[in-house]
Design a protein around this ligand. Sequence first.
Ligand SMILES: Cc1cc2nc3c(=O)[nH]c(=O)nc-3n(C[C@H](O)[C@H](O)[C@H](O)COP(=O)(O)O)c2cc1C
Length: 412
Amino acid sequence: MVRVDTDGNERAGKGPFRVTLGVSAGISIYKACDLVRRLKERGCEVRVVMTGHAAQMVAPVTFQALSGNAVITDLFTGAGEPSIAHIELAKWEDLLLVAPATANVLGKFARGIADDFLSTHYLATTAPVLLAPAMNGNMWRHPAVRENLKILEERGHVFLQPGRGSLACGDVDEGRLPEPVAIAEEALLLLSKAGDLSGMEVLVTAGPTREALDPVRFLSNRSSGKMGYAVAREALRRGAQVTLISGPTSLEPPRGSRLVPVTTAAEMEAAVAQHFPACQVLVMAAAVADYRAAQILPDKRKKAKGGWTLALEPTADILSNIRGLKKKGQFVCGFAAETEEVKANARKKLEDKGLDLIAANDVSAEGVGFDSDRNALILLWPGGAEERVPETTKAACSRALWDAISEALHGA
Ligand SMILES: Cc1cc2nc3c(=O)[nH]c(=O)nc-3n(C[C@H](O)[C@H](O)[C@H](O)COP(=O)(O)O)c2cc1C
């Protein structure tokens, strides 16, 4: 979407960051008043949208006075010209920040319900979305809320984790809205990163490969593709053009990516060789089979007495082959899924394959790695430097990975 100035002209420079602050009816709404000030202190222009329920908790005039702009509470403005302010605001903003985000708002955003200004505007925006949920601890843990959060995270939105402490309902539990300064800082961080891969061609591989044994059976592995898809989604969010070469997964391709579906390691190799020359960054997060059947049976092998001994042969080593194609300025990041000697094995892979970075993960660890929504990484650089990304969501791992790559690319 083309961003425009208030006079309708295409926006020339970056100017001060423009933040739409969505305010919904959580008891921590009082912190949203201070948040407007914290954002303005950091040079942001702020426009506030309140839900109808939020406007019953705090009068819109409070936010009007603090932001210096009229507050939007209604989709239908009533008299006069029909307004499409929800679209105009989407063209104006650099970030949609919702704080506090109620369970209700999370549900509406996740499921695409557009029955008021804020939820309709959410569907119209292409800006990054930062959500600061806050609610009672039982609400926060409810499966409906967990499911909605998962959908929104997979969509590429960023969350501020609610804190633990004493809640308005009297419980000491999870669910507190973070302090306004922390929210404003996160918003600024997101805004400054939003375009750091702008115009860059990024190639990501994801998922498992399948190696046929006969027309109905195959060899594969436990990769779900979630890590690679998260890496692709984060690159898109930061402005890159993303080609995603993916083995078979059950995941929705990230909106805006160019999907190249493949099945076997040989197809993955051919697709990488085709798309690599045009990319500036390659992230190989796919779990490519190391072996395939030496012979694929033309017909289904019938069940019979005795065993079935398979002869396997190695598949191509995609990363080693890329080494020969790599031009100056191209950056290649590999992943190492290990079950033992994680760091030592990953460092060997980094050096043997001449990579610029490797993200090592221990796929035998409980609750992380294959098919999980969480992961923990060790980023290893040539020359011995390393950085740990402690266990977190795969979306947050991807942010840390791109922070590291972006820093290397921009020479920070
Ligand atoms: C005093 C009060 C405090 C509330 N606090 C919260 C809260 O912190 N988080 C939340 O998700 N819902 C909270 N609710 C419930 C929401 O206000 C309710 O779900 C409402 O429908 C949300 O509307 P909105 O999302 O359109 O603003 C509270 C309700 C009341 C009456």
